[in-house]
Design a protein around this ligand. Structure first.
Ligand code: AMP
Ligand code: ZN
Length: 114
């Protein structure tokens, strides 16, 4: 999608602080981190605006995102634990309508929402 921020980041048109990249997935540090480690994992292709649009036909890359999340957790040394969040829709706090997964770590989240 030509007007999508994360499509532009995936295409290299907007710079990002990359932590992982392969043919179909990119991970980069969030520009406004909510925890000491805050990384976004995105399918490079705009397969869905959010988790609400994941289907049998496009979910393979979602599975791959989670393989990448496990690799990043090892790479970043997140052995104390981490949280994966995806916001779907404005009421859930989604601001960028390109499917993405937040990896958050480095702070205790045990007392929070989940
Ligand atoms: P969400 O609110 O779940 O849609 O998440 C979007 C995330 O993208 C927010 O945490 C923003 O801080 C982050 N963000 C927005 N613009 C950029 C950017 N140019 N580089 C890295 N992260 C960004
Ligand atoms: Zn996009």
């Amino acid at each position: 999608m030509s007007d999508c921020l994360f499509c532009k980041i995936a295409a290299g048109e907007i710079p990002s602080n990359k932590v992982y990249e392969d043919g179909s997935v990119l991970a980069f540090r969030d520009i406004n981190p909510q925890a000491p480690t805050h990384i976004l994992v995105i399918p490079k292709e705009h397969i869905a605006d959010s988790a609400a649009q994941i289907t049998e036909g496009n979910s393979a890359v979602v599975a791959h995102c989670f393989e990448v999340i496990a690799k990043i957790a090892a790479q970043e040394g997140l052995s104390d634990g981490f949280r994966v969040i995806t916001n779907a829709g404005a009421a859930a706090g989604q601001t960028v309508p390109h499917l993405h997964f937040h990896i958050l770590a480095g702070v205790s989240m045990a007392e929070k929402l989940l």
